[in-house]
Ligand binder design. Structure first.
Ligand code: UDP
Ligand code: MG
Length: 301
């Protein structure tokens, strides 16, 4: 059985079409479609319950918006399939590609990653931001993350492996490769959004990028170390120059040195504080989401 997980946040106009398109593409497969309503406020849940008259469609409803990562996880946790695919609800991930993913899975791939070959009509700023983020993520994880997306199919074993990562700040598309199962790729062109609007603001995107980079690398922690060492070397050079009597315009140099030192200390504190906050997040081990309804309950399954 193939489980298709569809995170949905305020997508009321896309649910019926997404259900139809995914069902049509996988018409010859035993399948389930799991819509995860990530706390929508626009009638998305009504659309999901309406779509669930089709017994292949299941719905999970969050009590509020917990974010796409949580929605993906809830879908993976409740999926019953032998292969689990994640696809956006707005049809920007072309459903036809699912067929190719299933084929690669049948040929033995543990993970089939959807890579964007054409990024669609995104803005230049967004494109540049994505490029920098994917570059840093590639370095941090050691995998090529350029063109990576959440359009991914996992074998049951790979999905179980992903679910073993208990961290709060999980990052699905990186974890899917990080687990090390045999990976295959399919490329796709990002389609225009079917209906409705994208949910990302620059602030949300920036937070998302920083958090995910921090969960895969501790390079920023070394920043304070490098600064500290450079600072000591500079201080040593200054000391030597002072001892051999080179005129340094002492007062100005002192002020500048103090300013640099203060700056360095602040930056280091900032980096340490950031990681502390990450540790705090993990230690709290709060639940990632709360489900307040399931279409299965109504069917008394
Ligand atoms: N989404 C979600 N929770 C959120 C934001 C988005 O489940 O808090 C879903 C959304 O409904 C869509 C997918 O994640 O199916 C991608 O969202 P969007 O189209 O806004 O982002 P983009 O296409 O720009 O990556
Ligand atoms: Mg989209």
């Amino acid at each position: 059985m193939i489980s298709v997980i569809i995170p949905s946040f305020n997508e009321k106009d896309n649910i019926a079409e997404a259900a139809r398109a995914v069902s049509a593409v996988l018409s010859s497969e035993e399948k389930e479609l799991i819509f995860v309503d990530d706390g929508s406020t626009d009638g998305t849940w009504n659309e999901i319950t309406a779509a669930a008259v089709n017994p292949e469609v299941r719905g999970i409803r969050f009590s509020r918006n917990f974010g796409k990562e949580a929605a993906i996880r809830a879908g993976l946790e409740s999926a019953r399939g032998d292969a689990l695919a994640v696809i956006d609800c707005d049809l920007q991930h072309p459903p036809e590609v699912l067929k190719e993913m299933v084929k690669k899975w049948r040929e033995g791939a543990g993970v089939v990653v959807g890579k964007k070959s054409y990024r669609g009509s995104e803005s230049r700023g967004y494109g540049l931001f994505a490029k920098i983020f994917n570059g840093v993520m590639s370095k941090a994880t050691g995998f090529d993350m350029s063109g990576a997306s959440d359009f991914i199919l996992l074998d049951r074993r790979a999905a179980d492996a992903v679910l073993q990562y208990g961290e709060q700040g999980s990052f699905f598309r990186a974890l899917a490769q990080f687990i090390g199962f045999d990976a295959a790729e399919v490329t796709y062109n990002v389609a225009a959004r079917a209906r409705g609007e994208g949910k990302w603001t620059f602030k949300k995107l920036f937070k998302y990028a920083v958090k995910n980079i921090a969960s895969f690398t501790d390079i920023p922690l070394y920043f304070s170390l490098v600064c500290g060492i450079s600072d000591l070397i500079a201080a040593l050079v200054l000391l030597v120059l002072c001892i051999i009597g080179v005129p340094l315009g002492a007062f100005n140099a002192a002020v500048i040195t103090l300013m640099i030192l203060a700056g360095l200390i602040l930056v280091s504190l900032g980096v340490a504080g950031f990681y502390l906050s990450r540790i705090y997040d993990e230690i709290k081990s709060r639940p990632r989401y709360h489900i307040c309804a399931r279409t299965d309950d109504e069917r008394k399954i």
